[in-house]
Design a binder for this molecule. Structure first.
Ligand code: SF4
Length: 291
């Protein structure tokens, strides 16, 4: 997928949210073991890949979601991470969405010259339930990042982040139900209460998908198709555009980005009813949302 960069693949399960990890599920379908951790080949250099004209394939202003089949701060990836940081530094004109369940490792994994954080890095922690929220968000709030967010996915228990939102550092919250074998139900009441907290602090909230098992008004709905889940999430009207995030992106030499070089998100008719539009880079015709 155009908006995903997987410099390495594979992972170790670390918390409740990992129980039905989709990476393990998909690897198993391909007779692979998700616990086998390896550095990807061509994909490793994706952010700095160039086309025949010598221009970067990823345009200035695009967002790359990093390590969706692993964790950027995985211990087994320590030997590869500095090279990844160098690409993030080189592409200071691109946004990098980092997501981890290992915030406790981050401060020892930051690159030289990190200072109080790079403008093009958006750091997120997973809070699948209240226990992990109370464990990980305090660490997130203490870490030197310019942009911070929360991902409640898989959403397997109610989560309140009111006391953390008061700090004013959290700029975006995404939540979504679980999928694949053994998917635990997501309760609409959890979504509503989390959304209400975000709206009260004018923080952008995205209800990305219901998950295959969704409880609403005490009734359980089974929706295996992701396109249906996204449509139901969209129709719930829970998405909220809060204070827009501002990423001060620039070229590696520090100069401002020329307008004509900036990525302009492309949205199709189908995007008008997609729950992801509020957090999406625009359509790249990957066909994902038709599945
Ligand atoms: S941290 Fe993420 S990739 Fe790793 S096992 Fe858990 S759910 Fe899977």
């Amino acid at each position: 997928m155009r908006d995903i960069w997987n410099p390495w693949h594979g992972c170790k399960k670390v918390s409740e949210g990992c129980k039905h990890c989709y990476m393990y599920f998909l690897d198993q379908k391909n007779n692979k073991n998700g616990a086998d951790i390896y550095r990807t080949k061509a994909g490793f250099y994706y952010p700095i890949q160039k086309d025949r004209k010598g221009a970067y394939k990823i345009k200035s202003g695009e967002e790359l979601k990093v390590c969706l089949v692993s964790d950027f701060f995985l211990e087994e990836a320590d030997e590869w991470r500095n090279e990844a940081w160098e690409m993030i530094r080189e592409r200071s004109d691109v946004r990098f969405f980092l997501l981890t369940k290992r915030p406790e490792r981050v401060k020892d994994c930051l690159p030289k010259g990190w200072g109080d954080g790079w403008e093009n890095v958006f750091f997120n922690v997973t809070c699948e339930n209240q226990r992990r929220a109370d464990e990980r968000i305090p660490i997130l709030l203490d870490l030197p990042f310019k942009h911070k967010g929360i991902m409640c996915a898989p959403f397997i228990g109610s989560v309140s982040i009111e006391k953390y939102l008061q700090e004013g550092q959290i700029e975006q919250v995404i939540c979504g139900g679980e999928n694949y074998d053994g998917a635990r139900p997501c309760n609409y009441d959890w979504v509503k209460s989390l959304q209400a907290e975000c709206v009260a602090h004018n923080v952008t909230f995205c209800f990305s998908e219901t998950g295959s098992n969704f409880i609403k008004d005490g009734k359980l709905y089974y929706m295996p198709k992701k396109s249906v889940q996204k449509l139901m999430a969209f129709k719930s009207g829970m998405n909220y555009q809060g204070k827009p995030m501002e990423f001060k992106l620039c070229y590696a030499h520090g100069g401002p980005i020329d307008k004509e070089d900036l990525h302009v998100p492309l949205y199709k008719e189908k995007c008008e009813q997609c729950s992801h539009k509020i957090i999406c880079n625009g359509c790249s015709n990957c066909g994902r949302c038709e599945k």
